[in-house]
Design a protein. Structure first.
Length: 440
């Protein structure tokens, strides 16, 4: 069993990962490209693409007309980092944010790409990052899970999400993420059935513990312990969860900061507020999923609304953590599984050259941002080419991002291992290097 704890002093105690599922367009949000606007409708130079593949949704096009960003950018904060006017609230916390503009990944389609980001492998079944954090560090609050997941209910349901994205894989099942839902019962089947008192539930768990001890001694199966640990956790959560999810004790200033949507359970804004409350209570890894970024068509209409859904609340989370003195030891991560192409994706029937329809998947170069938890604020790391097609400077791979997150949590990604099926597995497999350029 892993002796839970850090390998070296940690910069971050916890992670809040705001996952933007579907692939946000970096070209309209976080990576300004003036030349792309200048060359609008002209073909993407072969020297930039270099024959690299595109999906079948735009790869059929004989020419790939460039599409300049329809969003304007301006500099924010003392650092002068440029953000789109679609993310002006995030621009307002620019001096606390580290923007990584040189991300790249291996998967060009959603399912393997999001699985890769969540687990370090394109093939389903590996432990998620939150599960690794729970396994490596344990919990800071015995009354709440170490890993909690929130899925926005107000987002476009374009790409499916699967519980395996926050699963434990081959790790003991107690490390899997626990999904909290909106409404009166945030965790399903947590409350006692009618007629079952807390005293009766306690007696049942005590008896179950004795039976499980006998089974564990006979079978030597650690999953027996994991099941009992989760049953005991559920018992304690009957008290802790209602206190956590009841936001009536929040002052009016909180809702002014996060926006009115924070009053609606299940919205991205409400989930950001809950994430802050979870962080205050010692939850180790909190992951929010917000869908709707897969804009192949009508990006001019869809993207501004999508940004409005997340802009204010994302920035508010950073501001709120900073106000509470928690940003220094809380790592906030924002980004999706890949970005979008600098060329316009046109319908197969008719060219409509120059008409902005949508952008295809782009895994060669895209952007994520991080804040707090030991990363540089007001900093830009890396760059894509002048058209925003591929990362060309200080490139950061998914495994590098994972290695860096673990490093900030005080864990060496090469030493965090679990023996399974005859070999020692680690979160970054046989890859990954720490991105020292973003560390404060």
């Amino acid at each position: 069993t892993w002796p839970k704890g850090t390998h070296f002093p940690a910069k971050a105690k916890r992670v809040i990962y705001l996952f933007q599922a579907g692939g946000p367009s970096q070209l309209e949000t976080l990576d300004p490209k003036p030349l792309l606007r200048e060359k609008h409708t002209q073909p993407l130079p072969d020297s930039v693409r270099q024959g690299q593949r595109l999906t079948g949704m735009s790869g059929y096009q004989a020419t790939l007309p460039l599409a300049g960003s329809f969003a304007d950018f301006k500099k924010y904060g003392k650092s002068g980092v440029e953000y789109s006017d679609l993310l002006s609230h995030i621009g307002g916390v620019a001096d606390d944010v580290c923007v990584i503009r040189s991300m790249h990944t291996e998967a060009i389609n959603h399912d393997p790409a999001i699985t890769f980001f969540c687990s370090g492998n394109q093939v389903a079944g590996r432990p998620s990052m939150g599960a690794w954090a729970s396994y490596g560090l344990g919990s800071m609050n015995e009354n709440l899970p170490a890993f909690i997941v929130l899925v926005s209910q107000d987002s476009t349901k374009d790409q499916p999400l699967y519980s395996r994205l926050w699963g434990a894989g081959f790790l003991p099942s107690e490390h899997q993420g626990v999904q909290f839902k909106a409404g009166k019962e945030p965790v399903l089947f947590l409350t006692n059935p009618e007629g079952v008192s807390p005293h009766a539930r306690r007696g049942m768990l005590d008896t179950l513990g004795k039976l499980n001890a006998d089974q564990r001694a006979a079978e030597l199966d650690p999953e027996v312990d994991a099941r009992l640990a989760q049953a005991e956790m559920a018992y304690r959560m009957q008290t802790s969860v209602p206190d956590l999810t009841n936001v009536s004790d929040e002052p009016e200033s909180t809702f002014e900061l996060y926006g009115d949507d924070a009053r609606r359970p299940g919205s991205f804004a409400a989930n950001c507020l809950l994430a802050r409350r979870m962080a205050q209570r010692g939850v180790r890894f909190i992951q929010l999923f917000h869908r709707g970024w897969d804009q192949h068509i009508s990006i001019k209409n869809q993207l501004p609304k999508q940004c409005r859904d997340v802009d204010q609340a994302s920035a508010a989370l950073v501001q709120d953590l900073k106000r509470l003195g928690m940003l220094d030891d809380t790592l906030v991560v924002w980004g999706g599984e890949f970005g979008r192409t600098p060329v316009v994706e046109l319908p197969k029937a008719g060219s409509n050259k120059g008409v902005m329809k949508g952008r295809d998947h782009n895994h060669y170069g895209f952007t994520v941002w991080m804040a707090g938890g030991g990363v540089k604020g007001g900093h830009i790391h890396g760059a894509t080419d002048d058209f925003g097609f591929a990362a060309v400077k200080d490139k950061v791979h998914v495994h590098d991002l994972h290695a860096t997150i673990l490093h900030l949590l005080g864990m060496d990604h090469e030493r965090l291992t679990y023996r399974y099926s005859g070999r020692d597995f680690r979160p970054t497999d046989v890859h990954g290097k720490i991105v020292h350029g973003i560390l404060a």
